[in-house]
Each structure stands twice: as C-alpha cells, then as structure tokens.
Design a protein around this ligand. Structure first.
Ligand SMILES: Nc1nc2c(ncn2[C@@H]2O[C@H](COP(=O)(O)OP(=O)(O)OP(=O)(O)O)[C@@H](O)[C@H]2O)c(=O)[nH]1
Ligand SMILES: [Mg+2]
Length: 329
C-alpha cells in the first residue's frame, strides 16, 4: 500500500491511506511508519477491531486527497468472514479499483484466491510482488486469467520505491526463462563487448585469466553484474553470491596483479604455484594472499561459466544470439 501511495505521489497527486487491516498485529504501525517516511496521511486505529467503522471514519479524515488507498487484510486461507468484510468495504468505499496483491511465489492457490475475491467484489487488476526473488509469477498469472483483469504493477524489491508499471515483454520472456535478451543486447552494444570477448569460446569452457581480465573490463562498462546476470537466459539457476562481489577497486588491483604475470601464466593459471605467487605479488606491490584471492575468483567464474553452458543445453551460442537481437529495433 505504501508503495502504491508513493507511486501516485511521484505522479504529483495528493494521496491518503486507510489501514483496514485489523487482523494482523502490527499492520497499522507498519503502514503508518512507511507513510510517515513519505509524508502521506495514514488513518487507522491499532486497537479497533471493526474494519468497516475504521474505513467510514477514514474516508472522512482523508477526504481531501485525490487518491485514497484502503489497505485490507490478507490471509493465507480464505474464510467466509474475510470475504464478507471485503464485500462490505467495497460497498462503503464505492472503490473505483479493486486490486489483488499476489506474491510471485504463490502457486496454483493464487487461482482459487483470485476466483473467490473476484466473485465477491470484481477484481480489476493484479499486483505481483517479490518478482526480485527466484519465483517467476506463474501462479499470479493464473489469477489474472481467473479475474480476466490485467497486471497493474510489479513489485521487485523491498523498498518503497520498488514498484513498477507492468511491462509485458520483459515479464513474458523472464517467465519463459529467455531472459530479457533485448535489454541485454542493448547493453552489450553499449559496452562494445561482443567483439572483444569471445563468448563462444568461453561457453565451450575455454576461459583463461586473460579472458577474465577482458570480461571484467567489459562488464564494468555494462553496469552492476547482478542486473546483467538477471537478464541472461538461465531459468532458475542460482549463482554464488561472491560472483557479484567484485568492486571496481578490486578490479584495478586484479589488473595490476595480472600485469605482473607472464603470458604463459595468463593462459594457464594452473602453472601458478606458491613461488610464482610470491613473484607476482612482489611485482604488483601486493601479497600472495591477494594473488590467491584473484585465483579463487577466477575459479569461481570458470565454474559458473561451465554451469551456464549446462543450463543452455550446450547449444547456447551467446554471440550469435546477441548479434541477432542487437539487429532488432
Ligand atoms: N523482496 C521483496 N519484498 C517485498 C516486496 N513487496 C513486499 N515485500 C516485503 O514483504 C513483506 C510483507 O509485505 P506486506 O506488505 O506486509 O504484505 P501483505 O500482503 O500486506 O501481508 P499481510 O498484511 O500479512 O496480508 C514485507 O517485509 C515487505 O517488505 C517485493 O516486491 N520484493
Ligand atoms: Mg497487508
């Protein structure tokens, strides 16, 4: 509710919120705190039990606002009193919209919940939250089908700013595990990475320190690695968190360390034993631990790439794929 309030506030509208969730302990405090952060009036009473009474009073209290959002209670299981309450509140508010919020992780239950709410008050929009997680929102789509409505917003993060209007293309391609290839292709072009990094060779498992060096440079130009990875077609595959942890200062250090390696070492990192580590560290004004860390990172990247190849069924030809997509408008 606070996210929606923020959305309309950013559009320049006067927004008011009513907390009609008398069921979950702390619901009012939570909503009031969030609304206070963005300076939006929030009406409610943590001690009251009658949602209808709160809403009647609330409508008077926030009547000067252009957009009024009523936050109603949710539950995991549907119960008759919950349905009756939502019917009553719909009559009292004469709401112009009735939006159902569905967690992306909710499975086929979503369909049943949507049907019951739809029968009660006529749902005219679905909001899917937690799209930043691993779930793709398939269950929520069945809620859309059930209500013959559409997706209004997508929530993809915990902060109050993380609510977006829905974009069909991006959503469908993520759902099908294709990744947001169009967006990725654009980014690749921006970084002019396609020519510099031999993705095809990398996907075949040929990946040396030299490749990593080029790759880190190119990725740095493309923006946060995590965002890039989300666009790749790998379904639900999870990457080790550490893959994202390379900061640009670290990259500068890695580069200096690699500059102090011999061409042979760059092509075959397996050669690097502890005496070579000492020499490389000395040449770069660093410590052997730093070299060890670099090699650890390299191994992790190598493993990740092998995993990627597996996820693509061995047939994934990123470069050709990107060339094709970057030709599209
Ligand atoms: N990661 C992530 N967390 C979210 C998102 N949307 C909401 N949350 C978090 O999910 C938790 C539950 O959110 P609520 O807004 O209380 O959910 P609700 O559906 O109103 O739950 P009830 O009031 O208990 O029915 C909070 O900790 C939110 O910060 C999202 O898009 N991504
Ligand atoms: Mg709630």
């Amino acid at each position: 509710t606070a996210k929606i309030a923020r959305y309309f506030q950013k559009k320049g509208m006067k927004v008011g919120v009513i907390c009609a969730d008398t069921f979950r302990p702390g619901a009012y405090d939570q909503l009031a705190t969030l609304c206070a952060q963005i300076n939006i009036p929030c009406f409610g009473d943590p001690k009251a039990a009658d949602a209808k009474k709160i809403v009647k009073e609330g409508l008077v209290a926030v009547k000067d606002q252009e957009v009024i959002i009523v936050d109603t209670q949710g539950r995991h299981a549907l119960e008759p009193d919950l349905i009756q309450e939502i019917i009553d509140l719909n009559v009292i508010t004469k709401a112009t919209h009735r939006w159902l919020v569905i967690d992306a992780a909710l499975g086929q239950q979503a369909s049943e919940q949507a049907r019951r709410f739809h029968e009660a008050i006529g749902i005219d929009g679905v909001i899917i939250t937690k799209m930043d997680g691993t779930a793709k929102g398939g269950g929520a789509l069945s809620a859309v089908a059930e209500t013959k409505s559409g997706i209004v917003f997508i929530g993809a993060g915990e902060t109050i700013e993380n609510l977006e209007r829905f974009d069909a293309n991006g959503f469908i391609s993520r759902l099908l595990g294709m990744g947001d290839l169009q967006a990725l292709a654009e980014k690749v072009q921006e970084a002019q990475m396609a020519e510099e990094v031999d993705m095809e060779a990398m996907m075949k498992g040929h990946f040396t320190l030299r490749d990593m060096y080029k790759q880190l440079e190119a990725l740095n130009k493309m923006g946060p690695l995590k965002q890039i990875m989300n666009m790749l077609p790998m379904g639900n595959m999870q990457l080790p968190e550490g893959v994202y942890d390379v900061t640009s200062t670290k990259m500068v250090r890695y580069r200096i360390l690699m500059d102090s390696m011999t061409p042979k070492e760059l092509d075959d990192p397996g050669l690097i034993n502890s005496s070579r580590m000492q020499r490389i560290a000395r040449g770069a004004g660093g410590t052997p631990e730093e070299v060890r860390e670099l090699l650890k990172y390299y191994k992790m990247m190598h493993k990740t790439l092998k995993g990627l190849r597996g996820a693509g069924g061995g047939k994934l030809n990123m470069q050709r794929l990107m060339k094709r997509f970057s030709g599209m408008q």
